[in-house]
Write a protein that binds this ligand. Structure first.
Ligand SMILES: *Cc1c(COP(=O)(O)O)cnc(C)c1O
Length: 354
C-alpha cells in the first residue's frame, strides 16, 4: 500500500554529499547521524555512508548509539566507531561500554564517571566559546588512557565572516595541542567550508550530508537528498466568494481549482507553512491556500492538469529544503527533524521519484 505522504531519501545523493564534503574539507568525514540522521533514517544512512568509507559516526543520545550499534555491527568485526555527544552519566556508562560506544566527555563529572566505570575509548569536548557542552579550556584534563578524539563546536559556522569562527578555531588549536596524537575535530557542515585550517583531522557534518546548504540557503555544491511528497486526495472547483479550510483561512476572490493533499501538521508540515508555504505541483510552484490542518492542506492548481493520486512535492529537487524551511519561518534542521513517524521513509539509490 503506497503511503500518501512519503519522505524519500536518495542514498546516492547522500554519498555524493559525503564525497563533496571530504574534498572541500580535505579531511575524513565523521558523519553526524543524531536524531535518526535528521529524520532520514540513521541505520540506512549510516550503512550507505560506511559503504562510502565512513568509519566513525556521531549520535547525541546513548540510546541512539545503542540502536545504531545494533544496525551496524560490533567495532571489532568491521563496525564503525560511534561517539555519543551527550557524554556519560552514571547510569549510562555501563550501557555505553556494553554497546561499544564512545562518550564525548564534557566535564569533570563525566570524566570521573567514565573512569570509575573502567574507562576506555572516548572523546573529549572543549568549549571554545559556545557555552554549551564541553570543558572550559582552562579546566581541560591532562591526557589520559583511551582518549581518541578531542573536539569543539562552532557557534557561527553558517556565517563565514563572523569573527568568532576564527577565535574559536585558534582557541581549539591551542587546547588540542595538549593532546598530541589524538584526532582533532572542529568543523560541522558550515565549518567544512571555512577553509582547510578549520578541518583539523576529521570533520563532523550533518545537515550538508542531508541536503541543507552550509549557510542555511540553497548551495549548488550540495545535492538534494530528501524529498517530501504527498498525494492529491481530491481536486475541487471553488467558486469566487467561498472559503477554504478552517477559519476561512483563504477566501477565493476568483474561481479557484484547489487540490487537497494528504499531508498536514500531524506529519510535520506545521501550521507555519500556511501563510507563505508553497508546493511544487505539475511542474510549477504553487502557494498553499488557507490553514494547514492535521491531515491535509490545500494548494492552488488553477490552470494545471492535476488528478487524484498525483504527487505534490513539499521539498526536494524542485523546491529546495532551505527554501521550504525559510517559507515556514524555520531552518532546514528543524523542518527535517520535525517530519513525523506517520510519514513513510523510502530509501532509494538514484531516486527519480517525487
Ligand atoms: C549537530 C552537531 C554537528 C553537525 O552539525 P551540522 O550543522 O548539521 O553540520 C556537529 N557537531 C556537533 C557537536 C553537533 O551537535
Amino acid at each position: 500500500m503506497p503511503s500518501p505522504a512519503l519522505l524519500s531519501v536518495d542514498l546516492s545523493a547522500l554519498a555524493r554529499n559525503f564525497r563533496t564534503l571530504e574534498t572541500v574539507a580535505g579531511a575524513p568525514v565523521y558523519p553526524v547521524v543524531k536524531a535518526d540522521a535528521y529524520g532520514l533514517g540513521a541505520a540506512a544512512c549510516a550503512t550507505r555512508l560506511m559503504a562510502e568509507g565512513a568509519r566513525s559516526f556521531f549520535v547525541a543520545r546513548a540510546a541512539e548509539g545503542v540502536a545504531l550499534r545494533a544496525a551496524l555491527g560490533p567495532e571489532g568485526s568491521g563496525g564503525p566507531a560511534i561517539h555519543v555527544l551527550d557524554g556519560c552519566a552514571g547510569e549510562t556508562a555501563q550501557d555505553l561500554k556494553a554497546a561499544d560506544l564512545r562518550p564525548v566527555l564534557n566535564n569533570p563529572d563525566q570524566l570521573r564517571t567514565w573512569t570509575a566505570a573502567g574507562g576506555g575509548a572516548c572523546g573529549l569536548q572543549i568549549d571554545t566559546g559556545m557555552n554549551r557542552l564541553g570543558f572550559r579550556p582552562e579546566d581541560a584534563p591532562e591526557p589520559f588512557d583511551g582518549l581518541g578524539l578531542v573536539m569543539s563546536h562552532l557557534a557561527c559556522a553558517n556565517t563565514p565572516d563572523q569573527p568568532m569562527n576564527r577565535r574559536q578555531r585558534d582557541a581549539f588549536a591551542a587546547a588540542a595541542a595538549r593532546y598530541p596524537g589524538v584526532t582533532r575535530s572542529l568543523a560541522n557542515s558550515g565549518g567544512c567550508f571555512l577553509g582547510r585550517d578549520f578541518a583539523f583531522d576529521a570533520v563532523r557534518p550533518g545537515i550538508c550530508l542531508y541536503g541543507g546548504g552550509p549557510e542555511g540557503r540553497p548551495d549548488a555544491r550540495i545535492a538534494p537528498v530528501a524529498t517530501l511528497s504527498a498525494e492529491v486526495l481530491q481536486v475541487r472547483e471553488v467558486p469566487a466568494g467561498e472559503s477554504i479550510g478552517y477559519a476561512r483561512g483563504f477566501v477565493a476572490d476568483r474561481p479557484v481549482r484547489a487540490a487537497v493533499i494528504a499531508i498536514g501538521y500531524a506529519d510535520g508540515v506545521t501550521r507555519a507553512f500556511g501563510p507563505r508555504g508553497a508546493v511544487w505541483v505539475a511542474g510549477e510552484t504553487r502557494p498553499l491556500l488557507g490553514q494547514v490542518s492535521m491531515d491535509v492542506c490545500t494548494t492552488d492548481v488553477t490552470g494545471l492538469e492535476v488528478a487524484v493520486g498525483d504527487r505534490v512535492e513539499l521539498f526536494g529537487a524542485n523546491r529546495l529544503l532551505d527554501e521550504a524551511a525559510a517559507a515556514a519561518g524555520t531552518v532546514s534542521y528543524e523542518l527535517l527533524t520535525g517530519i513525523r513517524p506517520r510519514v513513510e521513509r523510502l530509501h532509494t539509490e538514484d531516486c527519480d521519484r517525487n
